[in-house]
Design a protein around this ligand. Structure first.
Ligand SMILES: [Zn+2]
Length: 178
């Protein structure tokens, strides 16, 4: 995944950034360089947590749950293709509720508003998250893995692309406005 996913996401990031810079939907408050540096610096602690804990801990829980047959997908005798689809749908649904909670619970919103207070929405906004939100999401991801019985390989293949893809899409909404 790291040898394919990272270059792919890197290319997607650059392509979206170029499109948003060339065809901005709104008048920008800051230069592209200013935004990139600011959002990159803001995202460093979050990326460190994602790398060191946000996937390793839920993956360890996924191994533990599989060995003990805990969680929905560990109880159902489904073919591989159905597990792939079910994992995508269940995790996407879980992320939707997680995002809802981020907006509705005052404590969570205190962390999540860092993402939404970016005056110039672009693809770099996709990386602009408070590290507190990343720490909180470890608990959410672990709980979802436990409840749904998400397998370790499926989790490592699906968690990052879904999250980053969703965030890139959110950042991409300021592009192609004409
Ligand atoms: Zn939000």
């Amino acid at each position: 995944m790291d040898y394919v996913g990272r270059p792919l996401l890197g290319c997607l990031f650059v392509a979206l950034l170029l499109l948003q810079w060339r065809f901005p939907l709104r008048r920008q408050h800051f230069s592209v360089l200013h935004r990139l540096v600011r959002n990159f610096v803001l995202s460093i602690p979050g990326f460190a947590i994602a790398r060191l804990a946000m996937l390793p801990i839920p993956i360890a829980i996924a191994f533990w749950a599989r060995e003990r047959h805990i969680g929905l997908l560990n109880w159902l005798p489904l073919p591989t293709w159905a597990v792939v689809i079910a994992t995508f749908l269940l995790m996407d649904y879980a992320y939707w509720w997680w995002h809802w909670a981020m907006h509705m619970l005052p404590l969570f919103w205190r962390f999540h508003n860092v993402h939404h207070t970016d005056l110039d929405l672009d693809v770099s906004t996709a990386a602009r998250f408070h590290f507190g939100e990343m720490i909180l999401s470890i608990g959410f991801l672990s709980l979802a893995v436990l409840l749904f019985g998400i397998g370790p390989i499926m989790l490592s293949c699906s968690a990052r692309p879904i999250q980053i893809g969703a965030r890139s899409f959110a950042g991409g909404t300021s592009c192609i406005g004409r």
